[in-house]
Design a protein around this ligand. Structure first.
Ligand code: ATR
Length: 268
């Protein structure tokens, strides 16, 4: 008897850089699951047909990355509470005849922060950027009980739009800096060694500087922060945890986070 191999994808544009296939295929093998995980670059007008293939179970499920986390929503039947509140889906499953959109970026970010010795309750957070992952970060920060979230984005309009999803959000002009306990780089600046054209040297010490980027492991943003006596963290653990939560949703198995995983993600 042969069982049909299950197929999973991560969809996005661009998608070349994605390390999701490496991680998922490693875990699939480790857990003896007969499935394959691949990446595929789509255009917005390919989304509907791609998701139809999940409904017909030609494709078992998928992860969704930038810039489609919101664009996939009209083609789904149900959303988890988190996906609904952030209007952001990064994992699609087919369950009991329905296409369901989940958001595991939120848990990914929360677990990554919980592992640090930095209590965010009552703290002020400044976010740089307003792209695909920012609603998930704001959702998680609110749950952690931060006192204030300020968003600064080059295109202010995009930051303003986030106010439709979240109350009590403050937006400031790109280039301005306000007092913060934690600052998050959620822009793409640093992926290709670009510098963020802002000076944080007067921000004080012992702040938490977080960069969603994990390749390179230390962006200039993090390097300078460390030099100035701050705690730094990149987005690698967030990436691993969001993948772990997606794996659990699809396979009902909790994969292991080991040194092997981190070695695997470094060899790139
Ligand atoms: P998307 O915007 O499609 O969701 P993203 O990678 O999630 O893509 O987001 C990119 C983020 O980096 C955006 O906040 C973007 O700012 P704009 O909204 O103004 O485009 C920010 N970004 C990219 N290049 C930048 C630059 N040179 N200076 C400042 N911000 C930049």
């Amino acid at each position: 008897m042969t069982t049909k191999i299950k197929k999973y994808f991560v969809i996005g544009n661009p998608i070349d850089h994605s390390l999701s296939p490496k991680l998922h295929n490693y875990w699939l093998k480790e857990n003896n699951i007969n499935a394959l995980y691949d990446k595929i670059k789509l255009n917005e007008n390919d989304l509907e047909n791609f998701i139809k293939d999940i409904r017909q179970q030609k494709i078992t499920g998928c992860n969704v990355t930038v810039p489609f986390k919101q664009a996939v929503i009209p083609f789904l039947d149900k959303l988890s509470l988190e996906a609904k509140q952030t209007q952001s889906v990064n994992t699609i499953i087919f369950k009991d005849g329905s296409l369901v959109g989940h958001n595991t970026d939120i848990v990914g970010f929360a677990k990554a922060i919980q592992g640090l010795s930095f209590n965010l309750r009552g703290k002020k957070v400044l976010i740089l950027g307003a792209g695909g992952v920012v609603p998930s970060i704001i959702f998680a920060l609110n749950k952690m009980g931060v006192s204030k979230i300020i968003v600064s984005n080059r295109t202010k309009q995009k930051a303003e739009k986030l106010k439709n999803l979240f109350e009590n959000l403050k937006t400031i002009e790109w280039g301005n800096i306000e007092y913060f306990d934690m600052i998050i780089n959620a822009t793409s600046l640093g992926l290709n060694k670009e510098k963020i054209n802002l000076d944080f040297s007067n921000a004080g010490k012992n702040k938490l500087f977080y960069d969603v980027i994990y390749n390179p492991a230390e962006t200039n943003f993090l390097k300078n922060a460390k030099k100035n006596g701050n705690l730094i963290e990149n987005g690698k653990l967030m990436f691993v945890y969001q993948a772990l939560e997606a794996f659990k949703l699809w396979h009902e198995v909790e994969p292991k986070i080991s040194n092997e995983i981190f070695k695997l993600l470094e060899n790139d």
